[in-house]
Design a binder for this molecule. Sequence first.
Ligand SMILES: [Zn+2]
Ligand SMILES: [Zn+2]
Ligand SMILES: [Zn+2]
Length: 153
Amino acid sequence: MKRICAHPHPHPREELSSLTGRLRRESRKITGPRAAILEILRQHPHPLTNREIFAELPKRGCDLATIYRAMQMLEKLGMVKRFDFGDGAARFELVAEGDDGHHHHLICTLCARVVEIEECFPEEIERRIAIQNGFRAVTHRLEFFGVCPACQK
Ligand SMILES: [Zn+2]
Ligand SMILES: [Zn+2]
Ligand SMILES: [Zn+2]
């Protein structure tokens, strides 16, 4: 499925220099592939799979395994958030500094168009679920699926 980025992301994109600055502060080297991966993530308003990042790399300067390791590191540092669209491929999106990146997506099941969704459950629901089941620190993951306007024609 080809992805179409028709919707602008509601959050402003961080400058590449600011992203590499965050890496440097974590004592991580700014290698060519790492900078290229960050730039690709910066230019895409929606979560990307490792393969999609690989396909966007200009000169195929690194292999999939390098991207896989870089994404693991970025996730550990809290610079990207992992999303699951239920197709077995991990997807990554940049997270603004000091943000937990919690949000949802609406995905077209026909063309794979992704819309960023800013709405979320009222906290009250999580509180009630936590209390009723004796849990603490309850959170949730949720993605919406449907047929987009272009695919309804
Ligand atoms: Zn998103
Ligand atoms: Zn569609
Ligand atoms: Zn939510």
